[in-house]
Design a protein around this ligand. Structure first.
Ligand code: COA
Length: 123
């Protein structure tokens, strides 16, 4: 795992791509996160020998794909679907991420729910 790259990638992540993630972890939290790796599968995405992002599948079969070159996101998601035949895969997309919403439908995914959150006001 390219820990330094992953930390910078997370810091660069557009808020529209984050569903629950809000606060940038410390480097120590980041190291521990990847030591314990909460995902079922995770991969670096490389192009021309260098990293351009990462993708993962959670234990609930949710796909995450975070790429510096966003135009490759659709291809990465398609690849994860193709390589997991017979598995019901989920893609949680932020309300503001209309580009990914269109991509998901284009790939052949079907919208199956709308999720609401309540966050407590800061005291
Ligand atoms: C539960 C779910 C909806 C959370 O989505 P998310 O917040 O965007 O997912 P992340 O994997 O980035 O973050 C999950 C948690 O790990 C934390 N985390 C992520 N990377 C971390 C790191 N390097 N170090 C420490 N903590 C980290 C986040 O802060 C978040 O914590 P929280 O649950 O307390 O808010 C998730 O299961 C999911 O569907 N993920 C994919 C969603 C996604 O990326 N969609 C758009 C692109 S395909």
């Amino acid at each position: 795992m390219h820990l330094g790259y992953l930390y910078a990638l997370l810091a660069r992540r557009d808020p529209s791509e984050c569903i629950s993630h809000k606060r940038m972890p410390t480097w120590w939290e980041h190291e521990r996160f990847w030591q314990e790796c909460p995902y079922k599968e995770s991969y670096m995405v490389e192009r021309l020998g260098g990293p351009i992002g990462m993708c993962y599948i959670t234990h609930a079969n949710e796909i995450g794909a975070h790429l510096d070159e966003r135009s490759y996101r659709r291809a990465v998601i398609k690849h994860l679907l193709r390589t997991h035949p017979g598995t019901r895969m989920l893609l949680n997309v932020g309300t503001c991420d209309s580009w990914l919403q269109e991509d998901a439908v284009g790939i052949g995914m079907r919208q199956c729910q709308v999720t609401y959150e309540y966050t407590w006001p800061m005291g």
